[in-house]
Design a protein around this ligand. Sequence first.
Ligand SMILES: Cc1ncc(COP(=O)(O)O)c(C=O)c1O
Length: 414
Amino acid sequence: MTPSRSAYLDHAATTPMSAAAIEAYTEQLAMTGNPSSLHASGRRARRVVEESREQVAAALGARPSEVIFTGGGTEADNLAVKGLFWSRRVAHPERRRILISTVEHHAVLDPAFWMAEHAGAEIVLLAVDATGAVDVAALRAELAEHASETALISIMWANNEVGTIQPVAEVVAAARSHGIPVHSDAVQAVGHVPVDFAASGLDALTVSAHKLGGPVGVGALVAKRTLELTPVLHGGGQERGVRSGTLDAAGIRSFAVALGAAVASVPESTVRLARLRDRLVAGIRAAVPTATLRGPEPSSGGDDRRLPGNVHFTFSGCEGDSLLYLLDSAGVQASTGSACQAGVPQPSHVLLAMGVGEDDARGALRFTLGETSTDEDIDLVLDVLPDVVARASAAGLASAGLGTSRNRGSQEVH
Ligand SMILES: Cc1ncc(COP(=O)(O)O)c(C=O)c1O
């Protein structure tokens, strides 16, 4: 039976395209022309790409020549990690260390570990505190000893599971005196909190369109012109020779439109979403006192270390997947936020890194708010959650007794 009310609270996985982005997208889809072609249609498409590049750069505090369009966040992260490592290794073979935090998205973690397996990299995982924030003192200590062996640092701007905003400025400051390039996966931050590439001092930054109202399959790596990047994709030599492949003029146009609007609305949307977030956090705490908020405590002052649209709780004695399916039946679309392997739900690497026990970590639930979120969405969650938690808890007790739990899983990691 379809529930009569519904709430989409999984905006960190993907958020609806804005009307303007859909309009820009469909308008461009109707046009022909490869931006690399020299005839009139090609030149028109090239103009669309270059104007969009200017808009993307302006929205991110970057120069147009620093924007490398990619097929999304995963590709940009791969280009940053692999491209930087390879280029650094050519000049300095002794620089084998890749420093990343324990809470990175798999789009950074997996290329880094792939480089360890196939390209001689050594991975150094930087610890986080109980809120998921990177330990900058540990980074400084690591650099004091091993800076000359370090190829690059990659620390996300904001965590996709628990919403922790990382101390990017401190990371950059620690790396600067050693001349080590820093990349940041800002997929969950751009359009949600202020992000200025030039002001950040970063060498490279990843952004993805479908997290901010644009289409899936387009994004960018913003990279300083002086940054050497070895290409990961080889072919026609587009995008400074660093990212071959025919440019997706329609996707890029739509991305630029969505990004411009999302960034312009940050001051207003931050306040609106943080209010909804704080209502949801307070409501869940009141309705389910055994639930534990993970990630930083929300703050309404200027020192909020949590994404305005992120709410993440663990529910002791429950399986996240059970919570997710029961909520879905009640019309609420949320996420556990973590991955599974071969159909078996795995406790989130992010929660484990924060010191959460395996059993507690299995009961994770993430609600992420976006442009279309309303007070009615929060009302619905708070109406149905107590019963959902009671049922998931009973199911958890039953399966613990029978030893049959954890045999069903979703594939989630956004
Ligand atoms: C932090 C983070 N990085 C990277 C990605 C991957 O981006 P995309 O879906 O555009 O490949 C995601 C999306 O789930 C993300 O949340």
